[in-house]
Design a binder for this molecule. Structure first.
Ligand code: GLU
Length: 313
């Protein structure tokens, strides 16, 4: 098999079978009680190439809670809305800290390190919310995902959102703290409500891989033809995914996989192979850094077998 023309269908199927057979599955997130109900035996994978061909393996059509993967899409919307002005209220540096760390915020005067740690994503959500009602904002985020994936069945899992709302004291603390620095413009409960609900969007690997395709293709859909963002912005979103997409596990992910990726505590990862494909994996068990264990292993296998990497050929 040549590295430039791999048999992707066979490869995805093989990787899915290998992952399903493994016993090292990590631990399902429990701090959002609703997520703890998910069976760690699941594994799904979908890859969409630039011809729009989809290759799937395992539970690729089962919706799961995308959680922080939604942050890629809220970032895209916020940049579309306010452009570089966004960077006044959120930074672009990797954090090296836990995804919900509060310590760093004090050091940095309430301006979160990057748009993918919780505080940063909440600040991004607040930006999209400004001038609108929470319901309208949520509708906009959901419709954006449905449009990107070309699939209107994508939905918000209200039980997951309610479960996080009941227990999201740390996120409430982060938001109140940013509010005290003037970084949050809207009422804390509105901003948090939208944040919890966009994290609770449920999507399958197939839908997610389709939704991320513009990032693999210079900001435009390679088949449907529409432009989502400029090619420069697509590169920059990919750069942030690479440096910050796995919290304090971002360095390890870059080292092992070598592709931009964004994880969520629901066990999903969206990875982008620029110029080649958009890939989504789902394995609910997490590692110590809160990232999908077998999701990462599967992407490492894919990178190895295809030779795909943004660091060389
Ligand atoms: N909704 C989750 C939280 O705020 C997202 C975290 C994640 O997926 O990493 O805690």
């Amino acid at each position: 098999m040549s590295k430039t023309d791999p048999d992707l269908a066979k490869m995805i199927d093989e990787i899915a079978q290998e992952m399903r057979a493994r016993t090292d599955r990590g631990r399902v997130a429990s701090y959002i009680p609703e997520l703890e109900k998910v069976d760690p035996a699941h594994f799904g994978m979908a890859l969409v190439d630039l011809d729009g061909q989809v290759h799937v393996g395992g539970d690729a059509d089962l919706p799961f809670s995308i959680q922080s993967i939604s942050k890629v899409f809220t970032l895209t919307l916020a940049l579309g809305r306010v452009g570089d002005r966004l960077w006044r209220k959120v930074g672009r540096e990797p954090s090296g800290n836990k995804f919900n760390s509060i310590v760093q915020l004090e050091h940095e005067q309430g301006v979160p390190r990057n748009p993918f740690v919780n505080a940063g994503a909440i600040a991004v959500t607040d930006e999209i919310l400004s001038g609108r009602q929470p319901r309208e904002t949520l509708g906009e985020i959901l419709r954006f995902l449905q449009f990107l994936a070309d699939d209107e069945t994508i939905y918000i899992d209200h039980e997951v959102a309610a479960s996080e709302k009941r227990t999201g004291f740390r996120n409430a603390a982060l938001t109140n703290y940013m509010k005290s620095f003037g970084v949050i413009e809207n009422p804390v409960e509105y901003t948090l409500g939208v944040y919890f609900h966009h994290c609770a969007i449920a999507m399958s690997c197939r839908q997610l891989a389709n939704a991320g395709l513009f990032l693999a293709s210079d900001g435009r859909h390679p088949v449907r033809g529409h432009s989502v963002v400029s090619s420069e912005r697509a590169r920059r979103i990919n750069a942030l995914m690479m440096t910050c997409g796995h919290y304090d596990g971002s360095g390890e992910f870059a080292y092992r996989v070598g592709l931009p990726g964004k994880s969520g505590v629901g066990g999903g990862i969206l990875a982008i192979a620029p110029g080649r494909a958009s890939i989504a994996v789902w394995a609910p068990g997490l590692d110590e850094t809160g990232n999908s264990h077998l999701g990462r292993v599967a992407l490492e296998e894919l990178a190895k077998r295809t030779g795909w990497s943004v660091f060389g050929r």
